[in-house]
Design a protein around this ligand. Structure first.
Ligand code: ZN
Length: 134
């Protein structure tokens, strides 16, 4: 039985990070559909079914290239979200001592000590300089 399953899954996508995320969404929608049975809450059941179909479709898919691309895009998005979350947490914890500027040229976030008045800020990445009040 196990052997047959292994043979069946050979050359198929199986579970990747994106599918794990989709499964969590499925469970969430199932849970919500169990809680909210009336009115607009009825949307959760079809949503759960649709996401479950997508999850299984991706799991058994033989188009490994495309599924790999989807997964890579998901991971990229995830790391971008994590990165911006970390940055805003850092900004918040340093808000008393530093002021943050975004370089108008390359959009890099720059940190400047607070309370220096009007100063010239030089971007450490692209060298562009601009003035700002710290
Ligand atoms: Zn710059």
């Amino acid at each position: 039985m196990k052997e047959r399953l292994v043979r069946f899954m050979t050359g198929r996508n199986g579970h990747d990070e994106l599918n794990r995320f989709l499964l969590v969404l499925d469970l969430l929608f199932l849970l919500l559909s169990a809680i909210f049975r009336e009115g607009s809450g009825r949307i959760f059941w079809p949503l759960a079914v649709v996401f479950l179909i997508i999850t299984y479709f991706r799991m058994f898919s033989r188009d490994l290239v495309r599924r790999g691309e989807e997964n890579a895009r998901y991971l990229q998005l995830l790391s971008r979200i994590n990165g911006s979350f970390r940055l805003s947490r850092e900004k918040w914890s340093q808000r008393k001592d530093y002021k943050f500027f975004v370089c108008p040229e390359c959009k890099t976030t720059l940190r400047v000590p607070k309370g220096r008045g009007k100063i010239k800020i030089v971007c450490r990445k692209c060298g562009h300089s601009f003035t700002g009040k710290s």
